[in-house]
Design a protein. Structure first.
Ligand code: NAD
Length: 371
């Protein structure tokens, strides 16, 4: 593991970089180049690198070593490419690369998953919805990540009355709801002071509690306008009139589904960043996409989701919103100038766009940052 020290000025941070597998490892060096250009001498960054996911299985026998977890816990933020691929698909579940991901999120206690659905103007044609519905869309979904029905016990499949019966437990205690709702209220405060909480309080007691606790926490955030939607209606509204939303907060399962719906509003997986934060605002920053084995190693993967994840890191964990802004503006300019990786290249549009590879896309962002 190499430590790469950049200039230490008044503020400096420790970052753990986990490139991972497939296009994760391919895009990471380019995203780091962009990060270095954006930072210049303004803050100091100490970067440490470690194997994670499939490459960690190959080199160390496990998807995440104890040493890597300790490094992550000692870092201000963790940058992750993506993990997994056909090479490791046949391993038992508890030895798969994804097991490392769950272990990392749990080990950092990242309970709040932030998934922006942001449509850059020049890409509004890439959505399956009409461009007027999605142009300049900017929604932030805050999904509870460590509780709910995905983790509730008891769970299993067993024989009951001679019938195979599957069951899970949908469970939240009030402290889990309080902490994620505080994150969402704080974020809404920094944006347009509007928060929509999504539940199914008409059917599920656990989400009646969700609604009750959100209303109690709201007492501390009276400047934020709060409304509630049932999850079925929220899904419909997201595709009917997505711009009505600003920040949405919801539990793990509903958030899983709604954030994928919102993601498709923006057109491409290659554009979608994410952050997972713990109570100290430290977190894990990763693109939403996976390792894309079908295109890995061909220099065609879109590096912008990773680059935009780095922008989120500066905004949410490193308290440097001006650097986040500069990265996001550089991405916007590059798109306005017509540079496109294959995934966002219009098929039948008359727009004058230039098809570029992974490296060139990052080069263009770097050159915007230097201007
Ligand atoms: P995927 O996101 O890797 O790919 C889905 C499709 O989108 C593919 O056609 C791919 O070429 C395309 N795509 C994805 N990212 C792109 C980018 N940046 N630029 C251009 N095109 C892009 O999902 P998948 O195929 O279901 O999964 C592949 C592997 O990735 C699996 O092993 C899966 O377990 C893993 N995975 C990992 C994560 C993670 O590490 N967080 C997330 C999802 C999937």
């Amino acid at each position: 593991m190499a430590i790469q020290q950049q200039s230490i000025v008044d503020r400096s941070y420790k970052l753990l970089v986990l490139p991972g597998d497939g296009i994760g490892a391919e895009i990471m060096p380019h995203a780091i180049r962009v990060m270095n250009s954006a930072v210049g001498d303004s803050i100091g960054l100490n970067l440490e690198y470690a194997d994670f996911g499939g490459c960690s299985i190959d080199n160390h026998g496990v998807p995440m070593t104890d040493e890597t977890l300790a490094l992550a816990q000692d870092s201000d933020a963790v940058l992750l490419g993506a993990v997994g691929g056909p090479k490791w698909d046949d391993l038992p579940v508890n030895r798969k690369p994804e097991k490392g991901l769950l272990g990392l999120r749990a080990g950092l206690d990242c309970f709040a998953n932030l998934r922006p659905a942001l449509t850059f103007g020049p890409l509004s044609q890439a959505s399956t919805l009409k461009s007027e519905l999605v142009s300049d869309l900017d929604i932030l979904i805050v999904r509870e990540l460590t509780g709910g029905v995905y983790f509730g016990e008891p769970r299993g499949i067993e024989l009951r009355n001679n019938l195979r019966t599957g069951y899970n437990t949908f469970l939240y205690d009030e402290s889990e709801i309080q902490r994620v709702s505080r994150v969402a209220f704080e974020l809404a405060r920094k944006r347009s002071c509007r928060l929509c909480s999504v539940d199914k309080a008409n059917v599920l007691e656990v989400t009646q509690l969700w609604r009750d606790v959100i209303c109690e926490v709201h007492a501390d955030y009276k400047d934020v306008e709060l409304n509630h939607l049932y999850v079925d209606n929220a899904a419909m509204q997201l595709v009917r009139q997505p711009k009505q939303f600003d920040v949405i907060v919801t539990g793990n399962m509903f958030g899983d589904i709604l954030s994928d719906v919102a993601a498709m509003l923006t057109g491409s997986l290659g554009m979608l960043p994410s952050a997972s934060l713990n109570a100290s605002n430290r977190g894990l920053y990763e693109p939403v996409h996976g390792t894309a084995p079908d295109i890995a190693g061909q220099n065609v993967a879109n590096p912008l989701a990773m680059i935009l994840s780095i922008a989120m890191m500066f905004r949410y964990s490193l308290d440097a919103p001006q650097i986040a802004d500069s990265i996001e503006k550089a991405v916007q300019s590059v798109l306005e100038q017509g540079f496109r990786t294959r995934d966002i290249m219009p098929i039948d549009s008359t727009d004058e766009c230039e098809l570029v590879g992974t490296d060139r896309m990052a080069d263009e962002v770097v050159s915007q940052l230097k201007d």
